[in-house]
Each structure stands twice: as structure tokens, then as C-alpha cells.
Design a protein around this ligand. Structure first.
Ligand SMILES: Nc1nc2c(ncn2[C@@H]2O[C@H](COP(=O)(O)OP(=O)(O)OP(=O)(O)O)[C@@H](O)[C@H]2O)c(=O)[nH]1
Ligand SMILES: [Mg+2]
Length: 284
């Protein structure tokens, strides 16, 4: 599947991140719990590599809980800090996040204080792929709807500082790598909603997703779409079953593949099918 997804404005975002790096003490990288491998952009890792970092694994509420636990163990074994969160949860993340930041920056803050420099707040840049929840995370921390959010990629288009007592957060537009590491990773990014639907074939992508669900979450797939016996079916055959079950038939009796594709992707993204993870540690 050929996905052309590095729009011109990402060059602008890349510059924005580079230019603002010197203003911040720490980078908060937001990744998606359902695709922890693919949602960590190599371009971004490269840009922020010399800064202290906090990794936030967002949308953990809609990822498979068993897979979340596998990942937590994976990070623990590598002594890497990763905070699993649900940014849409009413309970505020502010304390958790400031505690982590102070742990990471403890030595730097101490060294500054010894020189007599006491700063009132820490500055953090929030980065990640499009639609991963950067702005939602910032709103959760600040307790206000300061940053614009939306269920599509490219909602944030410029930088915005949001100040909370003790922490200044810089919201940035989403960024992807110009090249993706594998076709599967590209597909996972597209499934998650990090890439505009207009740049790939939604029917093809939905069929790939259906085959993944057939192999890994057949119970959830069958229950959601009220279908049975998917084990030996190809993606498009499962889609036809869904068309029948949901009544997606166009005039003349043909299946409405376009409508089914859009709905399958939408119901995956909004977790209506259930809590699903596309990637687990054994995929590395
Ligand atoms: N279930 C769930 N949904 C989330 C979470 N965080 C964000 N969302 C949803 O994900 C979508 C994208 O959120 P945004 O905060 O706009 O994402 P963004 O990273 O700022 O996106 P861009 O600015 O377009 O790059 C919205 O529909 C949010 O409600 C989360 O932790 N769990
Ligand atoms: Mg945003």
C-alpha cells in the first residue's frame, strides 16, 4: 500500500521544533498505546535526542489491557520510564507529570539552585505524531480547554504556550517521519488516524485491519458486527458480511464497500469494536 503522507507543513513543524528546543528544559513525547512502535517517529527521536525526555503512552484506555501490561514490563526491564495515561480522563494528570519531570530534571535543578538560579517553572515541549492526543494531554494538565483538539490529524497548526503553575507547556503540530520503516508501520499509522484518509485507499486499509482482527480479536470483531465464522475468510469477504449485517447495500444490490470501510476504521479508532492493540513487544 502506497501512502504519501509527508505534507509540506511538516517541514515547517520540524523547523518549529528545532527552533524552540533551546527554550525548553524537557521534551514530552506522546506515543499511542495501540501502536507503541509505529507512533514513535524516528525523525522526532532524532530531533530531540539531546534533551531530557519524558515518554507518555497515551490512549491506554482504548488499547488492550493485557498488551499494555506487556509493554509496561518491557519498559521496566529496560529501565525506561514510560507513563501510561488516558488524557481524556477527568482525573488530572498534573501531579503525576510534574513529579516525573522533577525526577528527571532533579540534578539539573539542583545544579542551578547551587548557582543561585531558582526558576519558577519548568518548560516542556509536547511532541508526537498527528492525532496522538498532544493537545488533549495539555488540556488535561492545565484543567482548561486551552488547546484545540479534534478526532482527525492536523488540528494543531502552529505553536501555543500554555501555562500552569510550575510548568509551561508548548503544544506543537503533529509530525511524522518522511519515510516509514515498514509497510505495516505505515498501515498502523493510517489505521490510528495519524494520516489523512484522503491519501490512502480506505477499502484496502479496512481489509488489512479486518484480517488483523480476524487473527487477533475475532470475538470482538464478530460481536461488534454481528457476524460469525470469519476464521477462513479474506478481508473483503468479512467486509461483505458486515455489509449484509449492517445493510450497507447500494441500489442494484451491490455492497457499499466505501461506507463499510469508513465505518470499520471509525469504529476501530473510537474503540467501539473494543480495546485493541496493533503492536506488542514481540513485534519488535
Ligand atoms: N480514548 C482516548 N482518546 C484520546 C486520548 N487522548 C486524545 N484522545 C482523542 O484523540 C483525538 C486527537 O486528540 P488531539 O489532542 O487533538 O490530538 P493532537 O495530537 O493534538 O493532534 P494534532 O494537533 O492534529 O497533531 C481526539 O478525538 C481526542 O479526544 C486518550 O487518552 N484516550
Ligand atoms: Mg493538537
Amino acid at each position: 500500500m502506497n501512502i504519501q503522507w509527508f505534507p509540506g507543513h511538516m517541514t515547517k513543524t520540524r523547523r518549529l521544533i528545532e527552533e524552540n528546543l533551546r527554550l525548553v528544559d524537557i521534551c514530552i513525547e506522546i506515543a499511542d498505546a495501540r501502536l507503541i512502535i509505529s507512533s514513535r517517529s524516528p525523525l522526532l527521536s532524532d530531533l530531540i535526542k539531546n534533551k531530557p525526555q519524558l515518554l507518555i503512552i497515551n490512549k491506554s484506555d482504548i488499547a488492550d489491557d493485557a498488551v499494555n501490561k506487556e509493554w509496561m514490563q518491557w519498559f521496566k526491564e529496560r529501565k525506561q520510564n514510560a507513563l501510561f495515561v488516558n488524557s481524556r480522563d477527568g482525573g488530572k494528570l498534573l501531579n503525576k507529570v510534574t513529579d516525573e519531570i522533577h525526577k528527571i530534571l532533579a540534578e539539573k535543578i539542583k545544579a542551578k539552585e547551587e548557582k543561585g538560579i531558582v526558576s519558577k517553572s519548568v518548560r516542556a515541549m509536547v511532541t508526537g505524531i498527528p492525532n496522538v492526543g498532544k493537545s488533549t494531554f495539555i488540556n488535561n494538565i492545565s484543567g482548561r480547554k486551552s488547546a484545540k483538539t479534534g478526532d482527525r490529524p492536523g488540528v494543531t497548526t502552529g505553536k501555543q504556550w500554555i501555562t500552569v503553575p510550575g510548568i509551561e507547556l508548548l503544544d506543537t503540530p503533529g509530525i511524522l517521519s518522511p519515510k516509514f520503516l515498514s509497510e505495516t508501520q505505515g498501515e498502523h499509522l493510517a489505521m490510528s488516524g495519524a494520516v489523512r484518509d484522503a491519501v490512502f485507499d480506505t477499502a484496502e486499509l479496512s481489509c488489512i485491519l479486518l484480517e488483523f482482527l480476524r487473527d487477533n480479536y475475532s470475538g470482538l470483531l464478530c460481536t461488534r458486527f454481528k457476524i460469525t465464522d470469519t476464521a477462513d475468510l479474506k478481508g473483503y469477504e468479512i467486509m461483505e458480511k458486515i455489509c449484509k449485517s449492517r445493510g450497507f447495500i447500494v441500489r442494484g444490490g451491490d455492497f457499499d464497500y466505501d461506507r463499510a470501510s469508513a465505518i470499520i476504521l471509525d469504529e476501530f479508532r473510537s474503540a467501539k469494536i473494543g480495546r485493541i492493540s496493533l503492536e506488542r513487544p514481540s513485534d519488535i
